[in-house]
Write a protein that binds this ligand. Sequence first.
Ligand code: 5GP
Ligand code: ZN
Length: 112
Amino acid sequence: MENCIFCKILAGEIPSSKVYEDDEILIFKDINPIARVHLLCIPKEHYATVAQLDPARSAVLGRAFEKIGRLAPTLGLADGYRLVMNQGESAGQTVHHLHIHILGGEPLPWGK
Ligand code: 5GP
Ligand code: ZN
């Protein structure tokens, strides 16, 4: 997708610190971390929000969550972590390629 930062990262046009990659998803470090560990997990297919899910995309997303759960202890997240998905403008979504924020590595305050 043109002008999508995450598609450019997937294409290798923008460098990133990759943590995990397979044929369906990529996990990489957020460039502007808001927690000691701040990773982003993205599907390789470009779409913006869960409103665009279909059965095939849902299956990929399900496997993404499964992978996050398995990898977490190896990523400095053994004590717990938070998964966040901003959906749309009011939620503060700035990159319109679906992504899961993976936050942890320290106690996280809870708030809206
Ligand atoms: P959103 O606000 O859309 O939920 O989250 C987008 C995230 O992407 C932000 O946390 C931001 O720091 C991150 N981000 C934006 N541009 C880049 C980039 O070029 N590289 C990486 N690694 N992260 C980025
Ligand atoms: Zn994209």
